[in-house]
Design a binder for this molecule. Structure first.
Ligand SMILES: [Zn+2]
Length: 180
């Protein structure tokens, strides 16, 4: 009996398991681990509570950040209270254009995103904002991404009220490529 096929890359293991139900992962630590498919489904009903306006904003093509009412520290993500001084925050609109602060390419993902691998994630920085926003970066391949690349927010037309309702894509500038 041949048994499950063996792979050294976990991504290959995932694809094999998805097709055949089992595979062997040649673990870098020297073991050979049996990986199997066990489907499960969970309905997770939950409230966004004080983060609600952020997700409603995405549905309306807006990025809402949180600004501290006391020290005016500006967060690119929803935050009801300031991490710096503890005071309450208020909403403000982020610019829809920013720059790539850093990025990574994901060759593995959770159930929902596995079929989309490889995909790019970027930490986006904005003028006048003190923290970064983690988001998908689309419309560009890994070798063409660079730190400082201008990117713009694009929104899902039919909102699902998930963080994936927004992603970023390069701002196309005619005749201007990557700076050397
Ligand atoms: Zn503060």
């Amino acid at each position: 009996m041949a048994g499950p096929r063996k792979f050294a890359k976990f991504r290959d293991v995932m694809h094999e398991v998805d097709r055949k139900g089992a595979a062997i992962y040649r673990n870098p630590v020297g073991t050979e681990d049996l990986v199997v498919l066990s489907p499960y489904n969970v309905k997770y009903i939950h409230s966004y509570a004080e983060d609600s306006q952020f997700f409603l904003g995405l549905a309306n093509g807006k990025l809402l950040g949180s600004e501290c009412t006391s020290c005016h520290y500006r967060y690119a993500t929803p935050r009801s209270h300031c991490m710096n001084c503890g005071h309450e925050t208020r909403w403000f609109e982020l610019p829809l254009e920013g720059r790539v602060h850093s990025w990574t390419t994901c060759y593995f993902g959770s159930e929902e995103f596995l079929k989309e691998t490889p995909f790019n994630l970027a930490m986006v920085e904005f003028d006048g904002v003190d923290t970064l926003l983690l988001s998908r970066l689309t419309g560009v391949k890994e070798p063409d991404i660079y730190i400082g690349m201008k990117v713009k927010a694009e929104f899902r037309k039919k909102p699902r009220y998930l963080i994936s309702d927004v992603h970023f894509a390069p701002v196309r500038q005619k005749g201007k490529g990557r700076p050397d």
